[in-house]
Design a protein around this ligand. Structure first.
Ligand code: ZN
Length: 159
């Protein structure tokens, strides 16, 4: 088997507010996230002439990742759902992604890995950079088939 890993990188901007955090991440603030999606598979053979030599066409990786992750989260407020500001944002038509978990880099990486696997991508791992010096990484094999168990508390890189 010629197993190969390939990676496609995305960026998006989003805001969050980590309620209950004792540091400055309790303030509403934003990050420019960088998302690395790593897939693993055997490159297609001569029986798939259009995609021969590809694990998966990067255009397909882009389309699926944009649909499930980047488009819903870009320029959104990433909400657990209990933040008081959510109702104001929704009333004024501002973009809110209600995730049901605290929007830490760790949880967002778990979420992204699971969502992309559910969408059919052969995900190997996901690495989410919250800042240029801090990332969270998740290996698909470490997430139960039914989805991750999110922590409701957590920190962000506020250095
Ligand atoms: Zn933050």
């Amino acid at each position: 088997m010629n197993s190969v890993r390939v990676c496609k990188i995305f960026t998006f901007d989003a805001a969050h507010q980590l309620l209950g955090h004792t540091g400055k991440c309790a303030n509403l603030h934003g990050h420019t996230y960088t998302l690395e999606v790593v897939l693993q598979g055997e490159p297609q053979g001569a029986d798939h002439p259009v995609d021969e030599g590809f694990v998966l066409d990067f255009a397909d990786v882009k389309r699926i990742t944009k649909k499930w992750i980047v488009d819903p989260l870009d320029h959104a407020f990433l909400a657990m759902g209990n933040e008081p500001v959510v109702s104001i944002l929704q009333t004024t038509g501002s973009k809110v992604a209600v995730l049901g978990f605290r929007a830490t880099a760790e949880n967002l990486a778990l979420y992204t890995c699971h969502q992309l696997r559910q969408a059919g991508l052969p995900v190997y791992s996901v690495k989410l950079w919250e800042t240029p010096t801090a990332w969270a990484e998740v290996y698909a094999q470490d997430i139960p088939a039914g989805g991750p168990a999110y922590r409701v508390l957590g920190d962000c890189d506020g250095e």
